[in-house]
Design a protein around this ligand. Structure first.
Ligand SMILES: Nc1ncnc2c1ncn2[C@@H]1O[C@H](COP(=O)(O)OP(=O)(O)OP(=O)(O)O)[C@@H](O)[C@H]1O
Length: 300
Protein backbone atom coordinates (compact mmCIF):
# COMPACT_ATOMS: atom_id res chain seq x y z
CA UNK A 1 0.00 0.00 0.00
CA UNK A 2 1.33 3.43 -0.91
CA UNK A 3 1.87 5.71 2.09
CA UNK A 4 3.16 8.64 0.01
CA UNK A 5 1.84 9.63 -3.41
CA UNK A 6 3.53 12.42 -5.33
CA UNK A 7 1.91 13.34 -8.66
CA UNK A 8 3.34 15.86 -11.11
CA UNK A 9 4.91 17.93 -8.36
CA UNK A 10 6.11 21.34 -9.56
CA UNK A 11 7.84 23.95 -7.42
CA UNK A 12 9.71 27.09 -8.37
CA UNK A 13 11.58 29.75 -6.44
CA UNK A 14 11.11 32.89 -8.51
CA UNK A 15 12.68 32.12 -11.85
CA UNK A 16 14.33 28.91 -10.63
CA UNK A 17 12.41 25.72 -11.30
CA UNK A 18 13.51 23.52 -8.39
CA UNK A 19 11.10 20.66 -9.12
CA UNK A 20 9.78 20.47 -12.65
CA UNK A 21 7.64 17.33 -12.79
CA UNK A 22 8.13 14.68 -10.14
CA UNK A 23 5.89 11.65 -9.57
CA UNK A 24 6.44 8.55 -7.44
CA UNK A 25 4.80 6.56 -4.71
CA UNK A 26 6.36 5.10 -1.57
CA UNK A 27 5.12 1.77 -0.25
CA UNK A 28 4.62 1.06 3.44
CA UNK A 29 7.69 -0.42 5.15
CA UNK A 30 10.26 0.28 2.47
CA UNK A 31 13.39 2.39 2.43
CA UNK A 32 12.73 4.66 -0.52
CA UNK A 33 15.70 6.61 -1.85
CA UNK A 34 15.62 9.95 -3.60
CA UNK A 35 18.93 10.06 -5.40
CA UNK A 36 20.35 12.83 -7.51
CA UNK A 37 23.18 15.33 -7.80
CA UNK A 38 23.31 18.64 -5.92
CA UNK A 39 20.52 20.96 -6.95
CA UNK A 40 18.41 18.20 -8.52
CA UNK A 41 15.38 19.14 -6.42
CA UNK A 42 15.53 16.39 -3.79
CA UNK A 43 15.22 18.55 -0.69
CA UNK A 44 12.45 20.66 -2.19
CA UNK A 45 10.55 17.47 -3.01
CA UNK A 46 10.76 16.10 0.54
CA UNK A 47 9.97 19.52 2.00
CA UNK A 48 6.72 19.43 0.02
CA UNK A 49 6.07 15.94 1.47
CA UNK A 50 6.75 17.25 4.99
CA UNK A 51 4.42 20.21 4.49
CA UNK A 52 7.27 22.71 4.88
CA UNK A 53 6.71 24.06 1.37
CA UNK A 54 3.60 24.41 -0.78
CA UNK A 55 3.77 22.99 -4.30
CA UNK A 56 3.06 25.30 -7.24
CA UNK A 57 1.56 22.37 -9.10
CA UNK A 58 0.68 18.70 -8.72
CA UNK A 59 -0.53 16.78 -5.68
CA UNK A 60 1.10 15.19 -2.66
CA UNK A 61 -0.71 12.79 -0.30
CA UNK A 62 0.91 11.38 2.82
CA UNK A 63 -1.00 8.59 4.58
CA UNK A 64 -4.05 9.93 2.75
CA UNK A 65 -3.64 13.47 4.10
CA UNK A 66 -2.57 16.76 2.55
CA UNK A 67 0.97 17.41 3.83
CA UNK A 68 -0.03 20.51 5.81
CA UNK A 69 -2.81 18.80 7.77
CA UNK A 70 -2.20 18.76 11.53
CA UNK A 71 -2.65 15.02 12.01
CA UNK A 72 0.45 14.38 9.93
CA UNK A 73 2.78 16.06 12.42
CA UNK A 74 2.22 13.08 14.70
CA UNK A 75 2.87 10.56 11.95
CA UNK A 76 5.88 11.87 10.05
CA UNK A 77 9.29 12.30 11.66
CA UNK A 78 11.75 14.60 9.93
CA UNK A 79 15.44 14.67 10.52
CA UNK A 80 16.69 18.06 11.60
CA UNK A 81 18.93 20.04 9.36
CA UNK A 82 22.41 20.73 10.71
CA UNK A 83 22.88 22.88 13.83
CA UNK A 84 19.20 23.43 14.37
CA UNK A 85 19.54 22.98 18.15
CA UNK A 86 20.81 25.42 20.77
CA UNK A 87 24.47 24.70 21.54
CA UNK A 88 23.99 24.17 25.27
CA UNK A 89 21.01 21.86 25.03
CA UNK A 90 21.95 18.38 26.26
CA UNK A 91 21.11 15.26 24.27
CA UNK A 92 18.56 14.05 26.78
CA UNK A 93 16.97 17.48 27.18
CA UNK A 94 16.57 17.69 23.41
CA UNK A 95 14.84 14.31 23.33
CA UNK A 96 12.52 15.22 26.22
CA UNK A 97 11.67 18.55 24.62
CA UNK A 98 10.79 16.89 21.33
CA UNK A 99 8.92 14.07 23.09
CA UNK A 100 6.64 16.72 24.64
CA UNK A 101 5.38 17.66 21.15
CA UNK A 102 3.87 14.21 20.58
CA UNK A 103 0.84 12.40 21.93
CA UNK A 104 2.49 9.00 21.92
CA UNK A 105 6.25 9.53 22.12
CA UNK A 106 8.89 6.80 22.26
CA UNK A 107 10.72 6.17 25.53
CA UNK A 108 13.82 8.43 25.44
CA UNK A 109 15.91 5.87 27.39
CA UNK A 110 15.10 3.07 24.96
CA UNK A 111 15.82 5.32 21.99
CA UNK A 112 19.13 6.50 23.47
CA UNK A 113 20.14 2.90 24.05
CA UNK A 114 19.11 1.84 20.55
CA UNK A 115 21.16 4.63 19.01
CA UNK A 116 24.19 3.99 21.25
CA UNK A 117 23.82 7.44 22.83
CA UNK A 118 23.18 6.54 26.49
CA UNK A 119 26.73 7.48 27.44
CA UNK A 120 26.35 10.89 25.79
CA UNK A 121 22.94 11.85 27.16
CA UNK A 122 24.30 14.72 29.26
CA UNK A 123 26.56 16.14 26.57
CA UNK A 124 25.61 19.57 25.22
CA UNK A 125 24.86 19.64 21.50
CA UNK A 126 27.97 21.65 20.63
CA UNK A 127 30.26 18.98 22.13
CA UNK A 128 28.90 16.14 20.00
CA UNK A 129 30.93 14.73 17.12
CA UNK A 130 29.48 14.78 13.60
CA UNK A 131 28.34 11.17 13.92
CA UNK A 132 26.76 11.79 17.32
CA UNK A 133 24.89 14.82 16.00
CA UNK A 134 23.55 12.69 13.17
CA UNK A 135 22.45 9.99 15.59
CA UNK A 136 20.71 12.60 17.73
CA UNK A 137 18.94 14.00 14.68
CA UNK A 138 17.77 10.47 13.83
CA UNK A 139 16.59 10.03 17.44
CA UNK A 140 14.62 13.27 17.17
CA UNK A 141 13.06 12.07 13.93
CA UNK A 142 11.94 8.90 15.73
CA UNK A 143 10.90 10.30 19.13
CA UNK A 144 7.28 10.75 18.05
CA UNK A 145 6.98 7.07 17.04
CA UNK A 146 6.30 8.10 13.43
CA UNK A 147 4.98 5.87 10.67
CA UNK A 148 7.26 7.64 8.19
CA UNK A 149 10.77 9.00 8.77
CA UNK A 150 12.30 11.43 6.29
CA UNK A 151 16.09 11.50 6.43
CA UNK A 152 17.88 14.10 4.30
CA UNK A 153 21.61 13.86 3.52
CA UNK A 154 22.04 11.74 6.58
CA UNK A 155 25.68 10.81 6.26
CA UNK A 156 27.16 13.88 4.60
CA UNK A 157 30.41 14.77 6.35
CA UNK A 158 30.69 11.52 8.30
CA UNK A 159 33.77 9.31 8.24
CA UNK A 160 33.36 5.86 6.66
CA UNK A 161 32.86 4.04 9.99
CA UNK A 162 30.25 6.52 11.26
CA UNK A 163 28.55 6.28 7.88
CA UNK A 164 28.33 2.49 8.08
CA UNK A 165 27.03 2.68 11.66
CA UNK A 166 24.36 5.12 10.49
CA UNK A 167 23.36 2.76 7.68
CA UNK A 168 22.88 -0.04 10.23
CA UNK A 169 20.63 2.31 12.20
CA UNK A 170 18.49 3.11 9.18
CA UNK A 171 18.01 -0.60 8.53
CA UNK A 172 17.02 -1.06 12.17
CA UNK A 173 14.42 1.71 11.77
CA UNK A 174 12.95 -0.02 8.73
CA UNK A 175 12.94 -3.32 10.60
CA UNK A 176 10.71 -1.67 13.25
CA UNK A 177 8.15 -1.12 10.51
CA UNK A 178 8.84 2.57 9.87
CA UNK A 179 8.75 3.65 6.23
CA UNK A 180 11.95 5.56 5.47
CA UNK A 181 12.39 8.22 2.79
CA UNK A 182 16.10 8.76 2.34
CA UNK A 183 17.49 11.71 0.40
CA UNK A 184 21.03 11.15 -0.74
CA UNK A 185 23.59 11.97 -3.38
CA UNK A 186 25.76 9.00 -2.40
CA UNK A 187 25.42 6.13 -4.83
CA UNK A 188 26.89 3.65 -2.37
CA UNK A 189 24.39 4.67 0.28
CA UNK A 190 21.44 4.30 -2.08
CA UNK A 191 22.72 0.97 -3.36
CA UNK A 192 23.28 -0.44 0.11
CA UNK A 193 20.13 0.79 1.86
CA UNK A 194 17.26 1.43 -0.50
CA UNK A 195 14.57 -1.03 -1.52
CA UNK A 196 13.67 1.32 -4.37
CA UNK A 197 15.16 4.53 -5.67
CA UNK A 198 13.77 7.50 -7.56
CA UNK A 199 16.62 8.97 -9.60
CA UNK A 200 16.05 12.71 -9.93
CA UNK A 201 17.90 15.00 -12.28
CA UNK A 202 17.11 18.66 -12.99
CA UNK A 203 13.77 18.48 -11.23
CA UNK A 204 12.53 15.39 -13.05
CA UNK A 205 12.34 11.69 -12.23
CA UNK A 206 14.42 9.75 -14.71
CA UNK A 207 13.69 6.31 -13.24
CA UNK A 208 12.13 4.57 -10.24
CA UNK A 209 13.37 1.05 -9.60
CA UNK A 210 15.27 -1.25 -7.24
CA UNK A 211 19.05 -0.68 -7.20
CA UNK A 212 19.50 -3.94 -9.11
CA UNK A 213 16.77 -3.01 -11.57
CA UNK A 214 18.43 0.32 -12.32
CA UNK A 215 21.75 -1.38 -12.97
CA UNK A 216 20.13 -4.03 -15.17
CA UNK A 217 18.63 -1.29 -17.36
CA UNK A 218 22.13 -0.22 -18.27
CA UNK A 219 23.79 -3.49 -18.94
CA UNK A 220 23.42 -7.07 -17.90
CA UNK A 221 27.10 -7.58 -18.69
CA UNK A 222 29.63 -8.89 -16.23
CA UNK A 223 33.38 -8.71 -16.74
CA UNK A 224 35.85 -11.17 -15.21
CA UNK A 225 39.58 -10.51 -15.08
CA UNK A 226 42.14 -13.08 -13.99
CA UNK A 227 45.57 -14.53 -14.63
CA UNK A 228 45.33 -18.24 -15.54
CA UNK A 229 47.78 -20.62 -13.87
CA UNK A 230 48.29 -22.48 -17.20
CA UNK A 231 47.75 -21.72 -20.91
CA UNK A 232 44.35 -22.60 -22.41
CA UNK A 233 42.55 -22.21 -25.70
CA UNK A 234 40.01 -19.32 -25.86
CA UNK A 235 37.44 -21.76 -27.25
CA UNK A 236 37.13 -23.33 -23.82
CA UNK A 237 35.39 -20.13 -22.81
CA UNK A 238 33.93 -18.76 -26.06
CA UNK A 239 31.99 -22.04 -26.46
CA UNK A 240 30.05 -21.19 -23.31
CA UNK A 241 26.66 -19.54 -23.98
CA UNK A 242 27.33 -17.06 -21.14
CA UNK A 243 30.53 -15.73 -22.75
CA UNK A 244 30.40 -12.93 -25.33
CA UNK A 245 34.08 -12.07 -25.65
CA UNK A 246 37.52 -13.17 -24.43
CA UNK A 247 40.41 -10.75 -24.59
CA UNK A 248 44.02 -11.14 -23.52
CA UNK A 249 46.47 -8.52 -22.38
CA UNK A 250 49.89 -9.83 -21.33
CA UNK A 251 49.14 -12.51 -18.76
CA UNK A 252 45.65 -11.19 -17.97
CA UNK A 253 42.47 -12.63 -19.47
CA UNK A 254 39.30 -10.50 -19.64
CA UNK A 255 36.00 -12.30 -20.17
CA UNK A 256 32.78 -10.39 -20.85
CA UNK A 257 29.38 -11.99 -20.78
CA UNK A 258 26.06 -12.29 -19.04
CA UNK A 259 23.96 -14.68 -16.96
CA UNK A 260 25.85 -16.74 -14.42
CA UNK A 261 29.18 -15.95 -16.06
CA UNK A 262 31.36 -16.44 -13.01
CA UNK A 263 29.97 -19.88 -12.26
CA UNK A 264 30.23 -21.06 -15.89
CA UNK A 265 33.82 -19.86 -16.36
CA UNK A 266 34.99 -21.12 -12.97
CA UNK A 267 33.52 -24.57 -13.69
CA UNK A 268 35.33 -24.91 -17.05
CA UNK A 269 38.63 -23.69 -15.64
CA UNK A 270 38.35 -26.08 -12.69
CA UNK A 271 37.70 -29.02 -15.06
CA UNK A 272 41.02 -28.21 -16.75
CA UNK A 273 42.87 -27.71 -13.47
CA UNK A 274 43.41 -24.03 -14.21
CA UNK A 275 43.47 -21.63 -11.29
CA UNK A 276 42.18 -18.09 -11.91
CA UNK A 277 44.64 -15.97 -9.93
CA UNK A 278 43.80 -12.34 -9.00
CA UNK A 279 40.20 -12.94 -10.08
CA UNK A 280 38.10 -9.79 -10.20
CA UNK A 281 34.42 -9.52 -11.04
CA UNK A 282 33.08 -6.21 -12.35
CA UNK A 283 29.47 -5.33 -12.90
CA UNK A 284 27.72 -2.16 -13.96
CA UNK A 285 27.18 0.13 -10.99
CA UNK A 286 24.57 2.69 -10.10
CA UNK A 287 27.05 5.28 -11.41
CA UNK A 288 26.89 3.62 -14.82
CA UNK A 289 23.10 3.52 -14.54
CA UNK A 290 23.00 7.25 -13.79
CA UNK A 291 25.15 8.08 -16.79
CA UNK A 292 23.00 5.92 -19.03
CA UNK A 293 19.74 7.37 -17.70
CA UNK A 294 20.70 11.04 -17.77
CA UNK A 295 23.38 11.16 -20.43
CA UNK A 296 25.89 12.72 -18.06
CA UNK A 297 28.19 11.80 -15.20
CA UNK A 298 27.01 11.96 -11.62
CA UNK A 299 29.28 14.72 -10.41
CA UNK A 300 28.83 16.52 -7.14
N1 LIG B 1 14.85 28.71 -0.81
C1 LIG B 1 15.30 28.73 -2.07
N2 LIG B 1 15.29 29.86 -2.80
C2 LIG B 1 15.72 29.87 -4.08
N3 LIG B 1 16.20 28.80 -4.73
C3 LIG B 1 16.26 27.64 -4.05
C4 LIG B 1 15.82 27.55 -2.69
N4 LIG B 1 15.98 26.26 -2.27
C5 LIG B 1 16.52 25.61 -3.32
N5 LIG B 1 16.68 26.41 -4.38
C6 LIG B 1 17.17 26.03 -5.73
O1 LIG B 1 16.33 25.02 -6.23
C7 LIG B 1 17.08 23.99 -6.86
C8 LIG B 1 16.82 22.65 -6.20
O2 LIG B 1 17.31 22.70 -4.86
P1 LIG B 1 17.15 21.50 -3.82
O3 LIG B 1 17.78 21.94 -2.55
O4 LIG B 1 15.75 21.05 -3.78
O5 LIG B 1 18.03 20.39 -4.53
P2 LIG B 1 18.76 19.15 -3.89
O6 LIG B 1 18.69 18.10 -4.92
O7 LIG B 1 18.22 18.85 -2.54
O8 LIG B 1 20.25 19.67 -3.77
P3 LIG B 1 21.32 19.42 -2.63
O9 LIG B 1 21.72 18.00 -2.75
O10 LIG B 1 22.40 20.37 -3.02
O11 LIG B 1 20.65 19.78 -1.34
C9 LIG B 1 18.53 24.44 -6.82
O12 LIG B 1 18.81 25.10 -8.02
C10 LIG B 1 18.55 25.41 -5.67
O13 LIG B 1 19.56 26.37 -5.85
Amino acid sequence: MAVIEVRNLHKRYGETVAVDDVSFSVERGEIFGILGPNGAGKTTTVECIEGLRSPDGGTVRVLGFEPREDQLRQLVGAQLQESALPEKLEVREALELYASFYRNPADPDALLAELGMTGHQHKPYKKLSGGQKQRLSIALALIGNPEIAVLDELTTGLDPQARRDTWDLVEAIRDRGVTVVLVTHFMAEAERLCDRIAVIDSGRVVAVDTPGGLVDRVSADTTLRFRPSAPFDDHLLTDLPEVREVRRHNSQVTVTGSGNLLHAVAAVLARHQIVAADLRVEQASLDDAFVALTGRAFDN
